[in-house]
Ligand binder design. Structure first.
Ligand SMILES: Cc1ncc(COP(=O)(O)O)c(C=O)c1O
Length: 445
């Protein structure tokens, strides 16, 4: 699309954007007929691929009946059905679902529900939410305050809410320079220290991405980290909130990433894979403990949005979740994830520029380094990851990449491998081969 003819306020006002005509399965096709295998699933969204007939039919059928209603005053069959399907997949004890239109709304809603819970539970002084550096929780002022990506917070820093942050749990780049398990998990103990510094009577919740998405790119903590975090939260009446906007509904090979750690959270946010890119939708899943506090207190959830629980969005998501369960997509993601991780490790770890290949299910990170021994990141001016993804795009492969701050919050580049969960082995082999070529090409230029 030529920029000088456009009225769209694009992210980049100088770049020429490819115009996409249609999608099918893991592929997108531009208006010039070029095909791209989408190894990012958009932004980790199109989990069941493009063009699934059952979903399109469900959306059309609902559109013919009713698209919108005031979700605060009425309900619909599809909203009820979707909530039941989500609860059936959710960890034990999760009981109710609040719907909204996307990830930032879901996280913001989760934070507000956590705050309301504390008020209803008779602890009105608890309002702070502790989060982690190198995390991403959304792009509104509230969710940016929760997130820990300095480059995205920077221009708005003076508008941020006070939300204390602790370090990531990242064994490849341990913030304490230690090694698991002899480390004693100081990254988990830091939560207790910060709760005490802030005053336990002021802390409502701790929020984290169980497996980190865009910023520390597919960092998986040890099970013991989660167990300790849960203990600390319980000790201080702090809710454990899992932001599963990217990981929810199967991406990591389990319905929810938190399941890998055997811990039950109090609140979960989901979005991307819930609508699968067919409809904009997000949700907060609440544990019985939270629901009971509201039911036995004011009886009113003090939060909503105009588009909360729209029938057209719920119909699409309902069909997506049905498709996921009917077709064993989560189990497929677990098996494909292991296969793709093994293929990527075999093909990439011998390259000087690849420091780490990690992840769970089909959320995989390839960390790029200038020096493998010291893990020194590339100078961002070199745009190494950008050049890798440009090469891939030229060769028909879409890869999410960038200076994500994986090293220290500012520097450090990674590729995010998060394809549709339906990717085949043949498609994986094509992707892995192009990726290897792309990293070699970027290293030589
Ligand atoms: C973990 C996490 N939380 C929240 C968000 C924000 O979601 P949205 O872009 O739909 O507002 C994202 C988006 O990437 C995310 O990965």
């Amino acid at each position: 699309m030529s920029q000088n003819k456009s009225n769209v306020f694009y992210k980049s006002l100088s770049k020429e954007y490819k115009c996409i005509d249609h999608g099918a399965g893991v592929y997108m096709y531009d208006t010039e007929g070029k095909r791209y295998l989408d190894l990012g699933a958009g932004l980790a969204v199109t989990n069941i691929g493009h063009g699934v007939k059952e979903v399109i039919d469900a959306i059309s059928a609902q559109a013919a009946k009713i698209c919108y209603l005031n979700g605060g005053a009425f309900t619909s069959q599809v909203r009820e059905e979707l909530a039941s399907r989500i609860i059936a997949l959710a960890p034990e004890g999760m009981e109710r679902v609040f719907f909204c239109s996307g990830g930032s709304e879901a996280v913001e809603s989760m934070a507000k529900i956590a705050r309301q819970y504390q008020i209803e539970a008779g602890r009105p002084g608890k309002y702070k939410i502790i989060t982690r550096w190198q995390s991403y929780h959304g792009n509104t002022f509230g969710t940016l305050s929760l997130g820990g990506r300095p480059s995205w917070r920077g221009p708005y820093e003076n508008l941020m809410l006070h939300m204390p942050h602790i370090a990531q749990c990242n064994c490849y780049r341990c913030p304490y320079g230690l090694q698991f398990e002899s480390c004693g998990l100081p990254c988990a103990e830091e939560l207790e220290r910060v709760i005490k510094y802030e005053g336990a009577e002021t802390v409502a919740a701790f929020m984290l991405e169980p497996i980190t998405g865009t910023t520390a790119t597919a960092t998986v903590p040890p099970v013991k980290y989660f167990e300790r975090i849960r203990e600390i939260c319980d000790k201080y009446d702090v809710l454990l909130c899992c932001d599963e906007v990217i990981t929810g509904l199967g991406r990591t090979g389990s319905a929810f990433a938190v399941n890998h750690f055997g811990v039950t959270p109090d609140l979960i946010s989901v979005a991307k894979g819930l609508g699968g890119g067919y409809v904009p939708i997000g949700a907060v899943i609440a544990h019985k403990k939270v629901v009971d506090a509201v039911a036995n207190g004011s009886g009113i959830l003090e939060h909503s949005y105009t588009f909360a629980g729209m029938p057209i969005s719920c119909a699409g998501a309902n069909a997506v979740v049905k498709y996921i369960t009917d077709n064993g997509i989560i189990e497929k993601a677990a098996a494909s994830g292991e296969l793709l991780l093994a293929k990527l490790r075999a093909a990439l770890l011998d390259l000087d520029a690849v420091g780490d290949v990690r992840g769970k299910g089909l959320l995989i990170g390839v960390e790029l380094v200038a020096d493998k021994a010291t893990k020194k990141p590339f100078d961002p001016a070199r745009n190494f990851a950008g050049r890798v993804s440009a090469y891939c795009m030229e060769h028909g492969l879409l890869v999410l990449s960038g200076v994500t701050g994986t090293a220290d919050g500012i520097e450090g580049e990674a590729l995010q491998i998060s394809p549709p969960l339906t990717i085949s082995e043949e498609e994986m082999d094509f992707a892995v081969a192009v990726l290897r070529e792309a990293i070699i090409a970027a290293s030589q230029s």
